[in-house]
Write a protein that binds this ligand. Structure first.
Ligand SMILES: *[C@@H]1O[C@H](CO)[C@@H](O)[C@H](O)[C@H]1NC(C)=O
Ligand SMILES: *[C@@H]1O[C@H](CO)[C@@H](O)[C@H](O)[C@H]1NC(C)=O
Length: 824
């Protein structure tokens, strides 16, 4: 550097010399910034002065006010740099820059003007006032937008001054500089849009360059902050959000979280969520949190109504930019519906005789839940005669599955329970009431299979004897029992003439007064019939038993009582003690206790010679007969039955104590009747015989006539089936073996030759109806049992003998009554 400066100095020197020579003045040119003491020019030579003159003239430099840049070396006659010269400080931007001063001499006083031109060197670089500059640029700034930049300053002039600018990097901006007046303005222009979201800060460098050699430059940092604009919409993280939720989820359950992002900054990027589109029926069910996108259930879901929801959630920033996120909600079924039982048709009442399989009720059962939750199973109570049948999907019928019986159960409460198969299972039930209506299927039933009833004889007619009762298990009219006396006959008489039965109450009334001695018992049949249609009935046999009353006194059969007491028993005087004198025979037509007879001696004529057997009525001696005993003894025997009160009869027994019959007769003269009575008796006897014989012959004639007549009639009415009505003599009407004693007593008398043997039999009450005598005894009595034969077969030998017997019995009784028949 210094070498180059010296070179230039030499050149300048030559130019200055020539100049000063011509004008009496001298000029020099030096570059600025020369070191102190550097040679500017040889003034003495150039001014034509010798060194002596300078010394004697006391040459000096006059600069006025402008410093001591130059010094004069008088010894050598040269001009030197007195101090460093800065052109910029000396002249600023003025060019050329010259220093004018005078060299003054004395002796003589003279002066010379010297001009020193100071030339520029490139010692200043372009410079910016600030090290950096900042801009805030909105990202939406338009292309072409201009930003004025700071100008750089270079103190140098000419080529050394500021020449140009450059800007780096130049992606978004270009530099534009233009001259305005004397200066150059510089600006940068946006040529490509900014995007804060890509690059929010730019850093550029502006460089100013001068034209010196070497070139100098200055820089400034340009810092650009890209300001955000709301130029981005929110974007959903997912296009669809799916969630499954049980229909019984509680309110407030979080289903999903919707999320959207906005690339913008700050408030521009604040996303707000809202439900924008919702299907019909879903209003109020869901909520989205405005700030955080929490998607919640706020209503009540029902799978059976809506199974699927699609909801649009809008995500928007404050500038109104938005995106829509779809939320898809699938509702899952829970078993929240019990089965529903709908009765479609129902019978409330049914007859008990319907066949099994009769349909009672039709119903439809539904469960809106799905799958297992909607499968329904129905059950009935156990032990009911019904069954559930499924006809088709969800349709059920209730049918009878066995025979019904109203008498067992007249009403059923059929409870049907239907459960679904969900877990836990839900159920519902319904109770149907079914009435069973009655059918007349039960006959009345008597309380007992047979009855026995008792009535005491001699009752008042109309007396109620007994009540039969039958019950019928059916209902109402079908159970209304009427009692009917069945037709039958008792001893040939309709039973209705004995008793009547009250239809309503079943009370059996006596129609007549009963006589035990006439009828002891009889059967009747009562029918119980219900009011159904057709009616059912059953019957029962009632045995009515007539109870005896002691209404008959004993009757003494033997000894036969006569008014004249003619009959006497003989007792030989030699009779031993216990000799059987006779036997009192009595009967009582009553029965039992009422017929239990006892015999007592009421009064004896003498001191006790006889006694009577209490039970058997046998009169016996109790001691030896003595002479003192009267021949004629009269005993009174009282026969008493055992009824309450008891009835009695008395009989007188004459006893003759004698060894021979004449003795007896003499004693018994007073016993005999007078003559007239005997004559009368004989007369009556003969008359009776005659009448009887006449009657007998008449009967024979009549019977033969009847027979002949019938024979002829049968010839005439050959084909006639005229019934032959048998004739029953009223007295001989058969009691059908019922054992009832008729008005005639039946007894059997045996005559023994020896009255001491007590072998007589007595007719038992009710055994026969006609007098009978044992053939071995005196009479040959036959039972009259074939009265019909008497009429139908007149030739029969039986008939004759019977009639004879009748006559004989009549005679026998007659004689006995009149004491004509000897007793021994
Ligand atoms: C059926 O139910 C009704 C009403 O609850 C009741 O009165 C009746 O006694 C019930 N019948 C049967 C047979 O349980
Ligand atoms: C009574 O009932 C029985 C069967 O129970 C029957 O054989 C009889 O004929 C019935 N009698 C009358 C008179 O109805």
């Amino acid at each position: 550097m210094l070498d180059r400066t010296m070179e230039r100095r030499a050149l300048l020197f030559i130019w200055v010399f020539s100049l000063s020579w011509a004008r009496g003045q001298v000029s020099y040119s030096i570059p600025e910034e020369m070191a102190k003491g550097s040679l500017v020019g040889n003034v003495a030579q150039d001014l034509g002065l010798d060194i002596q003159r300078l010394k004697s003239g006391k040459a000096r430099i006059y600069t006025g006010d402008s410093g001591g840049y130059m010094v004069l070396d008088k010894e050598r006659g040269v001009l030197l740099v007195g101090e460093r010269i800065d052109r910029e400080a000396l002249c600023g931007r003025t060019t050329p820059c010259a220093l004018d001063f005078q060299i003054i001499l004395e002796n003589p006083m003279e002066f010379y003007t010297v001009t020193v031109e100071v030339t520029d060197i490139n010692d200043n670089a372009p410079a910016f006032k600030n090290g950096e500059v900042k801009f805030d640029v909105g990202e939406l700034a338009q292309i072409g937008a201009k930003f004025v930049l700071e100008k750089a300053v270079d103190d140098d002039v000419g080529l050394n001054g500021l020449q140009s600018y450059s800007l780096r990097p130049s992606d978004n901006f270009v530099l534009n500089s233009y001259r305005v007046g004397g200066s150059r303005n510089v600006e940068m222009v946006l040529r490509k849009p900014l995007d804060r979201e890509k690059q929010d800060r730019l850093s550029l460098v502006l460089t100013a360059v001068d034209g010196g050699e070497p070139r100098l430059s200055g820089t400034i940092q340009i810092r650009i902050a890209v300001l955000d604009a709301n130029d981005n919409a929110p974007v959903c993280a997912q296009a669809e959000y799916k969630a499954n939720v049980e229909e019984d989820a509680v309110k407030g359950s979080v289903l999903t979280t919707v999320s959207a992002t906005d690339a913008d900054q700050g408030s521009h990027g604040h996303v707000l969520y809202s439900i924008s589109g919702i299907a019909e029926g879903a209003a109020g069910l869901f909520k989205v949190n405005e700030d955080n996108g929490l998607f919640q259930l706020v209503g009540k879901l029902d799978y059976e109504r809506i199974k699927h929801y699609e909801i649009d959630v809008q995500a928007a920033d404050p500038g109104g930019n938005s995106d829509v996120c779809k939320v898809i909600i699938e509702v899952l079924d829970t078993n929240d519906n019990p089965p529903i039982i709908n009765i479609m048709s129902q019978l409330r009442s049914i007859a008990e005789d319907v066949k099994p399989g009769t349909v009672l009720t039709m119903m439809n059962i539904q469960d809106p839940d799905s799958d297992e939750n909607g499968k329904v199973l129905c059950v009935l109570d156990e032990n009911v005669p019904f069954d559930m049948k499924s006809t088709s999907n969800n349709f059920f019928t209730l049918v009878t599955d066995s025979n019904l019986d109203r008498e067992r159960a007249s009403e059923y409460n059929i409870s049907i329970t239907c459960c679904d198969e969900g877990v836990p299972s839900l159920s519902s039930s319904v109770t149907l009431t079914l009435h069973i209506s009655d059918v007349n299927d039960n006959a009345p039933v008597f309380e007992r299979s047979s009855y026995e009833a008792y009535i005491v004889e001699n009752n008042t007619p109309g007396l109620s004897i007994f009540t039969v009762k039958a019950t019928d298990a059916d209902w109402n009219q079908n159970a209304r029992v009427s009692y009917i006396l069945e037709d039958s006959s008792v001893n040939g008489v309709p039973v209705s003439s004995y008793v009547s039965v009250s239809a309503d109450s079943g009370v059996i009334h006596a129609v007549r007064s009963f006589d035990y001695e006439h009828i002891k018992d009889f059967h009747l049949c009562v029918k119980a019939q219900d009011g159904g249609s057709p009616p059912l009935s059953s019957n029962v046999t009632v045995k009515i038993m007539i109870q005896d009353q002691n209404d008959n006194a004993p009757q003494v059969l033997y000894p036969v009582q006569t008014s004249s007491s003619l009959v006497a028993e003989m007792v030989p005087r030699s009779a031993d003690v216990g000799y059987l004198v006779t036997k009192v025979v009595a009967v009582d037509v009553d029965s039992g206790q009422n017929a239990w007879l006892s015999y007592k001696l009421q009064k004896a004529t003498d001191r006790a010679l006889f006694e009577v057997g209490l039970q058997n009525g046998e009169i016996r001696t109790i001691r030896q007969v003595t002479d003192k005993d009267a021949v004629k003894q009269r005993l009174t025997v009282v026969v008493e039955d055992n009824g309450q009160p008891s009835r009695s009869a008395t009989v007188n027994v004459n006893v003759a104590v004698a060894d021979s019959f004449p003795e007896v007769l003499s004693e018994f003269t007073d016993f005999t009747h007078d003559k007239e009575y005997n004559d009368n008796l004989t007369f009556y006897l003969v008359l009776a015989l005659a009448v009887v014989s006449f009657l007998f012959i008449t009967c024979l004639v009549v019977i033969i006539s009847v027979k002949i007549y019938r024979w002829r009639q049968s010839r005439i009415l050959y084909h006639s089936s005229l019934p032959v009505i048998p004739y029953y003599p009223p007295r001989y009407s058969d009691t059908l073996g019922s054992g009832t004693l008729q008005h005639v007593y039946n007894y059997e008398v045996c005559r023994t030759t020896d009255s001491r043997k007590s072998d007589c039999k007595f007719g038992r009450a009710g055994s026969q109806n006609v007098l009978i005598m044992d053939p071995s005894c005196t009479g040959t009595m036959q039972r009259i049992q074939n009265e019909k034969n008497i009429l139908d077969e007149p030739d029969s030998p039986v008939e004759v003998s019977v009639h004879k017997n009748v006559h004989f019995s009549f005679l026998f009784a007659f004689l006995q009554n009149h004491g004509q028949l000897p007793t021994s």
